[in-house]
Design a protein around this ligand. Structure first.
Ligand SMILES: *[C@@H]1O[C@H](CO)[C@@H](O)[C@H](O)[C@H]1NC(C)=O
Ligand SMILES: *[C@@H]1O[C@H](CO)[C@@H](O)[C@H](O)[C@H]1NC(C)=O
Ligand SMILES: *[C@@H]1O[C@H](CO)[C@@H](O)[C@H](O)[C@H]1NC(C)=O
Ligand SMILES: *[C@@H]1O[C@H](CO)[C@@H](O)[C@H](O)[C@H]1NC(C)=O
Ligand SMILES: *[C@@H]1O[C@H](CO)[C@@H](O)[C@H](O)[C@H]1NC(C)=O
Ligand SMILES: *[C@@H]1O[C@H](CO)[C@@H](O)[C@H](O)[C@H]1NC(C)=O
Ligand SMILES: *[C@@H]1O[C@H](CO)[C@@H](O)[C@H](O)[C@H]1NC(C)=O
Length: 751
């Protein structure tokens, strides 16, 4: 038995008297990880995950995943089955294989080859298990991490004696976050090749009950739209075949009870730590139980495994909260900030930035860039980012049909290179502060235009399938990062620039999906190559703040987040659309990881006109606040408002980066969406409150706050002090003026 890293207070736990698979220690406290003969329990602060080895079959059966439990419940043995659905179709299984009478969706499907065999039956039986302090790294894949004491790991070894296939299942428990992280190794120990047609990272069976599922759908410029619907009999799933996690769906699933709200009720959250094509299946089976599997998309898999080889799946996080959807989100946020994002910037306030894209697009030269940088510095912004257009000589990057792949500074625009310009820019004083302006640069290293020197030299470096057309999207092709020589090229292209100019921020863009791949499994090989590149560059340049981007939020996933502490949330910078996109993204991801910018009106994507303060207040709810405009395009009144807004952004940024987020009312339910953040110490809070449509001749609601200490007193923006109880139970009534797109930020300080 493992030394425990967490003990729940005795008083909180009712002791079980006699139980089949006990998990309480002698003194009644709950241990984090317990293996009792062939029964296992993983316990968090408010969550238990329990399963055991069935004596008769050697299969793993789930006993419980939900709130804390100290022993197995009173569960009647299954009656002798009638009909076609035998025991295997009725039990709650941990990693269901295919072909032995479980007629639900399998977690794993293995095709055996050699000697004319084409079986897809597997017979994975328990062999042994081991307990490990801490959490072993997942070789070549992004993963959560933690010290011994923070996380402990159970590894269960399964074996198919007929085909000599070993499956090692890893379960790591982060007690503080009520999170279990699972991944699977599949090893071919036989003498014939096999093919993995499906290998889910996680499969979970929940007992018969009514459930609803929550997930995200979208497309370019309208990412992360929340969907909530009931789980019906049959299979209902979603995923991505874009080669990337994509705008279409996010590798995130929540299951909730029908009566679960933002702040109350059962919520199970699942998050796949992966950036490629994925699949989520949710099946309510004939007998009533629910099965969910998350993992690589089987349509782009068929992974050949030779004798002696091991395949490692990405990992999947499973979280339980009884504090509703909001409670689940906060656990994801905390886990991801502390135990997934490895950048030193993970919990650091981020510099307010100005990005040149919507201000200049491709039309710039050394002097216009310097002018924009000067205007940026005058505003008191801390970081100037030069977007697309600075590279390519044989094919100068003056529009999106040429130059991509040629990461040399364009000599026509920058005759002296970037070095002297960046030196000058980084000498500029930011506003009235003593800080100097920092410089950031845009890259899209995984892509190439056919109109480029690189493509002329290496047409074979792009993803392609023999003579099938190399379909262009945005005039570009995808470099095949599975190839080691392409990985080296990408690493060197980016490193060369970072070595020669004082660049402290990189925006890493990726603007198309994959088509015409070389093999069924090329997209996963690509991901392994990409992860090697990201690992190498972020290790070599630990002081550079990397921001991920994929035509906006096309790769807003935990895989990218492991390397890049922030990602651009959407190309749509319209304030109103952004409220929905950012609230949706916050279901799984910490606001600290969201890039959010203010742009000019009418908005370039939505055409909408909203007040500057509204746009800025919405953008302040992202960890990386900034501007996507040329200040010269603002009105004089707007320019006059800017210093106060930037100073407010600087003030709330540490709270948004480190704080617990409470979504107080949702944009899809209310004309007054609101969210608040409270620092981990509980000493400060920031409340963001919006009015979408003007409220004419009608009362305004009371906004009830959450998460405060009921007995503490808080100063509310210089308008008196109130107890937490009053703020949470009575609320605050703010009188929005009669206007569309009203906004209000309230700061609270505990007295
Ligand atoms: C596996 O098969 C071998 C012979 O093929 C047999 O001796 C052994 O008992 C089997 N082990 C299990 C766990 O079934
Ligand atoms: C999975 O396989 C990898 C590579 O062979 C190995 O490093 C790792 O320890 C294995 N993990 C488990 C849980 O067996
Ligand atoms: C840079 O562009 C601006 C605006 O198009 C133009 O006025 C200026 O002459 C250009 N400067 C150089 C050095 O090309
Ligand atoms: C892009 O620029 C090239 C070179 O200046 C020009 O030939 C081409 O027509 C431009 N394409 C578009 C779409 O503007
Ligand atoms: C700098 O200080 C001046 C004088 O107090 C003020 O007018 C200006 O708005 C300040 N600039 C910024 C960016 O805060
Ligand atoms: C670049 O490629 C496009 C096709 O994507 C072609 O129409 C265009 O003429 C090319 N431009 C140059 C400058 O080669
Ligand atoms: C607090 O007082 C200020 C100044 O009187 C006012 O502008 C603000 O709207 C008030 N805040 C709230 C939440 O009512």
């Amino acid at each position: 038995m493992l030394a425990k890293s967490f003990r729940a207070p005795l008083a909180a736990i009712a002791l079980g008297a006699l139980c089949q698979h006990p998990v309480t220690a002698q003194d009644g406290s709950i241990e984090t990880l317990v293996a009792n003969d062939k029964s296992f329990a993983l316990n968090g602060k408010g969550m238990s995950y329990r399963f055991h080895v069935d004596e008769d079959t050697g299969d793993l059966y789930n006993d419980h995943f939900g709130g804390l439990a100290t022993e197995d419940g009173l569960v009647e043995p299954l009656a002798r089955p009638d009909g076609w659905a035998g025991f295997p179709s009725r039990v709650l299984r941990e990693y269901p294989d295919l072909g032995r009478g479980d007629m639900r969706i399998p977690a794993v499907q293995i095709r055996q080859a050699g000697d004319g065999k084409a079986y897809t039956v597997s017979d994975l039986k328990y062999q042994s298990h081991e307990l490990v302090e801490g959490k072993p790294a997942l070789s070549g894949l992004p993963s959560t991490f933690g010290e011994a004491g923070e996380v402990s790991t159970l590894i269960v070894h399964l074996y198919d004696n007929y085909s000599a296939i070993a499956v090692d299942m890893s379960y790591s428990i982060f007690a503080e976050h009520d999170a279990v992280v699972r991944s699977v190794n599949i090893t071919n120990k036989g003498e014939n090749d096999i093919v993995l047609d499906k290998a889910a990272s996680l499969s979970v069976d929940l007992p018969f009950a009514d459930y609803e599922m929550i997930y995200l759908r979208g497309d370019w410029a309208r990412e992360a739209q929340r969907v909530r619907r009931s789980v019906e009999y049959g299979n209902q799933g979603f995923g991505s075949l874009a080669g990337y996690s994509s705008h279409f769906h996010n590798p995130f699933l929540a299951l909730v009870s029908p009566d679960t709200t933002e702040s109350r009720g059962d919520a199970w959250g699942f998050s796949l730590v992966y950036t490629g094509s994925f699949s989520v299946d949710v099946e309510k089976s004939s007998q009533g139980p629910l099965r969910a599997t998350l993992g690589l998309n089987p349509y782009e898999f068929a992974w050949p495994l030779k004798p002696g080889e091991t395949f490692t799946t990405p990992e999947c996080v499973a979280i339980y909260s009884d504090a509703g959807v909001g409670g689940m989100s906060r656990k994801f946020h905390n886990l991801f900030r502390k135990n997934l994002i490895r950048s030193k910037f993970a919990t650091e306030p981020r510099p307010a930035l100005l990005n040149s894209w919507e201000g200049l697009y491709f039309a710039y030269n050394q002097s216009t860039v310097l002018d924009l940088a000067r205007a940026t510095a005058e505003l008191g912004v801390k970081l100037f980012v030069l977007d697309d257009g600075w590279f390519g000589n044989e094919f100068p990057r003056n529009n999106d049909s040429l130059g991509l792949g040629d990461w040399q500074v364009n000599k026509a625009k920058f005759p002296d290179g970037l070095g002297p310009l960046v030196d000058e820019i980084t000498q500029l004083q930011s506003g009235n502060s003593s800080d100097k302006l920092q410089f950031g640069l845009w890259f899209e290293p995984e892509m190439v235009n056919p109109n480029s020197t690189l493509y002329g030299k290496h047409p074979d470096w792009v993803l392609h399938a023999a003579d099938y057309p190399r379909t262009l999207r945005r005039n570009q092709l995808v470099l095949n990062l599975a190839l080691p020589e392409v990985q080296e090229h990408v690493i060197n292209s980016v490193a060369n620039i970072l070595d020669t100019a004082k660049v402290t921020y990189v925006k890493w863009d990726n603007n198309r999906g994959m088509h015409e791949t070389t093999t069924s499994y090329a997209s996963h090989q690509y991901m392994l190559g990409l992860y090697r590149v990201l690992d190498t560059l972020t290790t070599r340049f630990p002081d550079v703040l990397f921001e991920g981007c994929a035509s906006g939020g096309g790769r807003f996933d935990p895989g990218i987040m492991h390397y890049f502490p922030q990602s651009w949330t959407s190309d749509n910078t319209d304030g109103f659309n952004r409220v929905g996109i950012q609230f949706g993204t916050s279901l799984a991801y910490p606001p600290s990881a969201m890039g959010a910018h203010v742009s000019v009106v009418p908005n370039h994507q939505a055409g909408r006109v909203t007040p500057l303060a509204y746009r800025a207040h919405v953008a302040m709810m992202g960890g990386s606040f900034g501007f996507e405009l040329n200040p010269a395009d603002l009105t004089a009144d707007e320019r006059a408002e800017l210093p106060a807004l930037i100073s407010l952004a600087d003030q709330v940024n540490p709270i948004v980066i480190q704080g617990d987020m409470y979504r107080l009312s949702l944009p899809e339910h209310s004309n007054w969406p609101a969210a608040m953040w409270i620092t981990p110490e509980g000493d400060k809070a920031a409340v963001f409150y919006f009015q979408t449509r003007a409220n004419v001749n009608h009362q305004l609601p009371y906004l009830k706050l959450q998460g405060l200490d009921p007995s503490a007193r808080y100063a509310l923006d210089g308008n008196g002090t109130f107890s937490g109880a009053t703020l949470m139970n009575v609320g605050v009534q703010y009188m929005f003026p009669v206007e569309d797109y009203g906004s209000k930020v309230m700061l609270l300080e505990r007295q």
